[in-house]
Design a binder for this molecule. Structure first.
Ligand SMILES: Cc1ncc(COP(=O)(O)O)c(C=O)c1O
Length: 378
């Protein structure tokens, strides 16, 4: 039996109904949404609409038109940052960002001369909301934070940062890649203006799906233009959601799978998923701490992290260990920087990277036991 412990990269397996829904759509429908008036096309419209509605509900948001579909969270983040930031704007971000945020900001620094302030955090990835407040100036036009680190799992104080952003009338954007589906997120309670998500991680949907929820009136300029299926004689991109930001044929087969995944999550309940993954994380932290010569990074507290644990084994290269785990023990884990070099600056592993195990809803304690056995017998 192969053991998959790389759910922070993408979740596997998916609920059976998700792949069945994609297959069924591709076999029995296959039409584009928002473009035709025939029966099958209207079924496609309904699938897309219902998925927007279900996603909204999952995050306590009730305006499906403001749920925008993209191909992944990276695209969502690019669209939001590029659509909102102007020449010389100041932006505040965390010290733990994935390259989806960090590279986009660095590119905008070059292209639009934006100014980036990184909020410091401690070696466990904890950020103090007051440190965000201290960085705000008259020119601050956006705050973007990852919901949780994809390297050490540390959950960020989103609600408090959102409150500060609201008090200062600054748009607050959350990279929900590691949070959505694994942790209860409520855009209203958590003061989130724009929640970006990816469909293929803890939301348990297919790759190629993602999006963002616009819970505010701040303007987002479209970075793409093209066909939207309506107002075709108008020569510019339309100004209403979702069409303003969704152009070109949607990934309806993927969205159909995502719709099924969200139904599954609602049935299982995010709170139950969170509790199961939290207890697995607690078990994994306890078990891994018994491994000889291990150094675990980040908070060793399952209440403070998503199910992601980074570590190294003394005097062994992370890549080598990952290779042995795969080849000798059929255990899949990730080694390296995990597309988030900033987080490695915080834990001091930018040169060597880490091994990362990440659990999902279908991980079992037995998988952790096998990992621990393998690590003790490398
Ligand atoms: C925190 C974070 N942001 C963004 C991404 C990018 O996700 P995607 O590849 O689905 O765009 C990831 C994926 O690892 C992530 O962990």
């Amino acid at each position: 039996m192969k053991i998959y412990l790389d759910n922070a990269a993408t979740s596997f397996p998916k609920p059976k109904k998700v792949s069945e829904a994609v297959y069924d759509f591709m076999t029995n429908n296959g039409t584009s949404s928002g473009r035709g008036a025939y029966q099958k096309a209207m079924e496609s419209d309904f699938i897309v609409y219902e998925c927007r509605k279900l996603i909204g509900e999952l995050f306590n948001f009730n305006n499906p038109k403001n749920v925008i579909f993209t191909s992944n969270v990276t695209e969502s983040i690019n669209m939001v940052l590029r659509g909102m930031l102007k020449e010389n704007d100041h932006v505040i971000t965390s010290s733990l960002e994935h390259n989806a945020v960090w590279r986009t900001l660095k590119t905008l620094e070059k292209e639009k001369n934006i100014e980036i302030s990184k909020v410091k955090c401690d070696q466990h990835g904890f950020t103090k909301p007051e440190d965000v407040k201290a960085l705000i100036n008259n020119n601050t036009k956006l705050i973007i934070f990852t919901g949780a680190s994809n390297v050490i799992g540390t959950i960020q104080p989103i609600e408090e940062i959102g409150k500060i952003a609201r008090e200062n009338k600054i748009p607050f954007v959350v990279d929900g890649a590691q949070l959505c589906g694994a942790y209860p997120v409520d855009v209203k309670k958590d003061n989130i203006d724009i929640l970006t998500f990816t469909g293929h991680k803890s939301l348990l949907g297919p790759m190629g799906t993602g999006g963002f929820i616009i819970n505010c009136d701040y303007n987002i300029d479209p970075i793409k233009s093209g066909g939207t299926g309506g107002d075709s004689a108008y020569e510019y991109q339309v100004d209403y959601y979702p069409n303003k930001l969704e152009t070109g044929t949607l990934n309806v087969s993927g969205i159909c799978g995502l719709r099924e995944a969200i139904k599954y999550l609602k049935k299982e309940k995010i709170e139950n998923i969170y509790e199961k993954e939290k207890s697995l994380t607690e078990y994994a932290l306890k078990s891994l701490s018994q491994v000889q010569n291990i150094e675990i990074y980040g908070p060793k507290d399952s209440e403070k992290i998503t199910p992601v644990i980074s570590f190294n084994i003394k005097n062994k290269r992370a890549e080598e260990v990952a290779h042995t785990l795969d080849n000798k023990y059929d255990i899949m884990v990730r080694a390296g920087l995990h597309c988030a070099p900033c987080a490695h600056e915080i834990i001091g592993t930018k040169e060597i990277g880490t091994l990362r195990v990440s659990m999902g809803y279908f991980t079992e304690k037995e998988h952790i036991d096998k990992l621990v056995y393998a690590l003790n017998n490398l």
